[in-house]
Design a protein around this ligand. Structure first.
Ligand code: ZN
Length: 319
């Protein structure tokens, strides 16, 4: 009998569900709606119902060996317990093992950005395994991250390692949802890019074709579209946001002597436009030897990284 894991990657809008094999193949995949207003008990029932749908599709030559899940918020392997999951408050305090127990299978839970990092390491580009100190950074609505150190996912004391989104790059800068100020998430997330464009417009620094579109539509993707047409404001925003991002990454490289940074997430589709500015800040703010040797690459698994990380929680042997 071959082995499979049932996985849920819980996001603010959708919950991605899948059955995965040891090789990282998707045996079945289905998305469900996130209902943010559910209570803790209702969330648990919702998860049990989703798992029933997924498990019904388990091929007959596979045996289910576990339930793995990822969500925003700091997690201690079974419970989401601190900050970061404010959009889905009913998740607080859920014991994910109650869901696994319903099906008589073991459960493992992890922060979503940590899972995406583990997924990239285990099932992404084979070359990733040649590095000792890896950070994956996910750019999207927020900025998340995770570390693989010496071949192991490093989650820290509270499951919150890799929270690069809340590294300060501008002292006394913009207020952040975390309660601090000047966090990189306020400058290089999707909203950060749009905000940067608006700030420049309001300061009267630039007036270009982008000026009118960005004020109307407010989407980060537009900034990259205009940059491809050499719009001066768009190029300026990408330069500034990319440089800030590079400053935050350089702090992690200095602390941990990293040798690989993977950058993924929705905003990473235009990785090539962002990378020179990230590198420029890394060269400016990182110690000489790691700066010389650091590899910066695009993550390869896209939206599947979190689900593959779920599979790795059961199938990857860290030793
Ligand atoms: Zn913050």
């Amino acid at each position: 009998m071959k082995e499979a894991v049932v996985a849920l990657d819980i996001g603010g809008t959708y919950i991605k569900g899948a059955l995965l094999s040891k090789e990282g193949n998707f045996l079945y995949k289905q998305s469900f709606e996130t209902i943010a207003s559910l209570t803790k008990e209702e969330h648990k029932d919702h998860m049990i119902n989703m798992l029933k749908v997924l498990i019904e599709n388990l091929p007959s030559d596979y045996k289910l060996i576990g339930f793995a899940s990822g969500s925003p918020g700091m997690a201690d392997k079974d419970t989401v317990h601190i900050g970061g999951a404010e959009n889905i408050p009913g998740l607080y305090g859920i014991k994910f093992s109650d869901v696994g127990d319903f099906f008589n299978i073991p459960s493992r839970h992890e922060n979503d950005a940590n899972l995406a990092t583990l997924g990239e390491f285990v099932y992404g580009d084979e070359e990733n395994k040649n590095y000792n100190g890896i950070m994956a950074v996910t750019l999207g609505t927020g900025i998340g991250g995770g570390f693989i150190l010496d071949g192991r996912l490093y989650i820290g004391s509270h499951g919150g390692a890799g929270e690069i989104g809340h590294v300060c790059v501008v002292p006394n800068g913009l207020n952040c949802n975390c309660g601090s100020r000047g966090c990189i998430e306020q400058y290089a997330s999707a909203a950060g890019f749009v905000n940067s464009a608006k700030q420049k417009i309001h300061k009267g620094i630039k007036k270009t074709a982008l000026t009118f579109t960005i004020l109307e539509e407010g989407k980060a993707k537009i900034i990259f579209d205009y940059a491809k047409k050499d719009d001066e404001l768009a190029l300026d925003v990408i330069r500034e946001c990319g440089y800030y991002l590079g400053i935050s990454i350089s702090q992690a490289i200095n602390f941990l002597d990293l040798d690989l940074v993977l950058i993924g997430g929705g905003l990473c589709k235009d990785f090539d436009m962002l990378i020179p500015h990230i590198k420029s800040a890394i060269y400016d703010y990182t110690l000489r030897i790691p700066a010389r040797d650091i590899a910066i690459k695009s993550a390869s698994l896209g939206n599947d990284a979190g689900l593959l990380g779920c599979a790795a929680l059961f199938f990857y042997n860290e030793n």
